[in-house]
Write a protein that binds this ligand. Structure first.
Ligand code: NG1
Ligand code: MG
Length: 519
């Protein structure tokens, strides 16, 4: 599947967003011409996403259910005349929010990325790196050097908020580089896989959910993204129930800067899940080391899953859409975790080493060197329980969407309660087992549920950032009022109207990456 060349805004945005987007695109093109003294040749864009369910399981290679939002990163681009010293000149319309600065494209080796400075140019550079690597593979003409580019971008995905601002920026950047270097057709899977790997260069050992949602989404649909045996994305339509399913996004405004907290939050969770997988494979003395896979540290709970059930008659799942037995397998693994990973207080490095039969140096080298983490105890039990049970909730959520209860069987009210119940269970598990919520997110969820939301939970990495709520259309105002009174105006009595508008987003499912040829 290729990234589409849009011929009208209608190919990209839901109808009600068109007037605002038209104005935004025209403003960007006018400012591009003013800044660079010539018109842009094309525009590239990739949206942010909200994750409906399936949290912190993509890097364990279990399927997730995100939905692209309308907000995107939009880049106007013109290539520079061929020169000995190609450069990238890049700036943002909202320059104070997404600071970037130009740089020379190196003639040898990869563009250097200093992951210690958290600046947005790094995301462009990771997109440039990934695209250059892919173009080099495709055209194997020795070392590939990108043409110089003039870029003016306008990103309106709220940053640091769990709506994948970073992934959408990387995807747009990689797409812009591919187009600037003459790639007529850009394959979605290739674009997505390069964005997943290259974003890790910025210092967060992330999974592949965000880039997949950003690239593959189709307007009006959610997306089921699965990672084994290979990356695949399946559009999921919502049943046309009444009242219509509305997902409302609410910012906690708690800065969730994953780069700063990664060693004790996000990257630590990746290590804990990977160690849980290796630990379980030792407990069940599976013959050989776990198979290498596309997870950030090369092996995962899904790797343990497939190894544990390999050869067992009749139930082994390697298909894109899980077979019925897949759920039974997950329940079995959750039970094994209950029974065999019994230490609630967490496992020390020493205990892990003695069970794995390796020394502390090897443990650090294999699991904690590229992305250092800080912890004395690793909560293997809790993280594995969350992952296996969350993977089950995704299967149940999908089944409800594809086969909603019939009218006589309770109809849409039963559907909304069931979907909301799964989202609430995910929030409880993120808070209690995965420890990635925070009081502000818990507060937003309580207020929403009290005002009529069927389901409320954090979305994205958590530890701040955004929440997502399943709210029947007629209850949206009541929920917004409850947040205004009980959260936003309480914490910030002088909050501006504009900030309040920014806090709550009701977004219809938008489409994914696209390019728009101007000249
Ligand atoms: P956010 O918080 O939107 O960046 C992060 C990861 C995802 C996934 C979620 C948790 C990055 C780029 N993305 O999303 O891969 O693991 O957390 O489900 O870090
Ligand atoms: Mg992100």
């Amino acid at each position: 599947m290729e990234v589409p060349t849009a011929t009208s805004l209608r190919d990209i945005y839901p109808d009600d967003a068109i007037p605002v987007e038209r104005h935004r695109w025209e403003r960007l093109l006018a400012q591009f011409k003013e800044k660079y003294g010539r018109p842009a040749e094309f525009l590239a864009r990739s949206p942010g996403r909200v994750n409906i369910i399936g949290e912190h399981i993509d890097y364990s290679l279990y399927g997730v259910l995100p939905m692209a939002i309308t907000a995107d990163f939009l880049m106007a681009v013109a290539t520079q005349p061929v020169s000995q010293n190609p450069t990238v000149r890049i700036s943002n319309i909202l320059s104070e929010k997404f600071p970037t600065r130009g740089f020379e494209i190196p003639k040898e080796g990869e563009v250097p990325i200093d992951a210690s400075t958290h600046e947005w140019t790094n995301y462009f550079k990771s997109g440039l790196r990934g695209a250059s690597k892919l173009l080099q593979q495709k055209h194997n003409n020795g070392h590939f050097v990108s043409v110089g580019m003039d870029i003016l971008s306008d990103g309106i995905v709220p940053s640091g908020g769990g709506l994948s601002s970073s992934a959408s920026f990387v995807c747009t950047s990689a797409l812009a580089v591919m187009k600037a270097n003459g790639e007529e057709k850009v394959d979605k899977k290739e674009l997505c896989e390069l964005a997943i790997v290259s974003e890790r260069a910025v210092g967060v050992n992330s999974g592949g959910m965000d880039q997949s949602a950003s690239v593959f989404s189709l307007r009006g649909n959610a997306l089921y993204v699965s990672f084994k045996p290979t990356l695949s994305a399946t559009p999921i339509s919502f049943p046309n129930t009444a009242p219509e399913l509305t997902f409302v996004i609410a910012q906690s405004f708690v800065a969730a800067d994953k780069h700063v907290t990664a060693p004790v939050c996000y990257n630590l969770r990746v290590v804990e899940c990977t160690l849980a997988a290796v630990f379980l494979s030792k407990v069940f003395n599976l013959k050989r080391p776990l198979p290498a896979d596309s997870s950030p540290l090369g092996t995962s709970l899904r790797g343990f899953h497939d190894a544990y059930f390999e050869g067992k008659e009749g139930i082994a799942d390697n298909t894109k859409t899980p077979v019925p037995e897949f759920r039974a397998q997950l329940e079995k693994l959750a039970q094994l975790t209950e029974d065999y990973l019994h230490v609630e207080a967490g496992y020390t490095r020493g205990e892990i080493c003695s069970l794995l039969g390796i020394g502390e140096d090897e443990l650090n080298e294999r699991f904690m060197s590229k992305f250092p983490v800080r912890a004395d105890r690793f909560m293997l039990r809790q993280r594995a329980l969350h992952v296996f049970n969350e993977a089950i909730r995704v299967i149940e959520f999908r089944q409800l969407l594809s086969a909603p209860p019939s009218a006589e069987d309770g109809g849409s009210d039963k559907l909304l309660h069931a979907l909301g119940g799964l989202m609430n269970a995910t929030q409880d598990s993120c808070r209690d087992l995965y420890d990635c919520s925070c009081p502000e997110l818990d507060e937003l969820c309580d207020l929403a549920r009290g005002a009529g939301a069927y389901g409320s939970r954090l979305t994205g990495a958590g530890w701040g950032g955004c929440s997502v709520h399943l709210v029947p259309k007629e209850k949206v105002d009541a929920v917004k009022k409850a947040w205004e009174r009980g959260y936003y105006r309480k914490k910030w009595p002088d909050i501006s109207e504009e900030r309040l508008q920014e806090a709550i987003v009701v977004s219809k499912p938008g489409s994914g990456s696209a390019v728009f040829r101007v000249l």
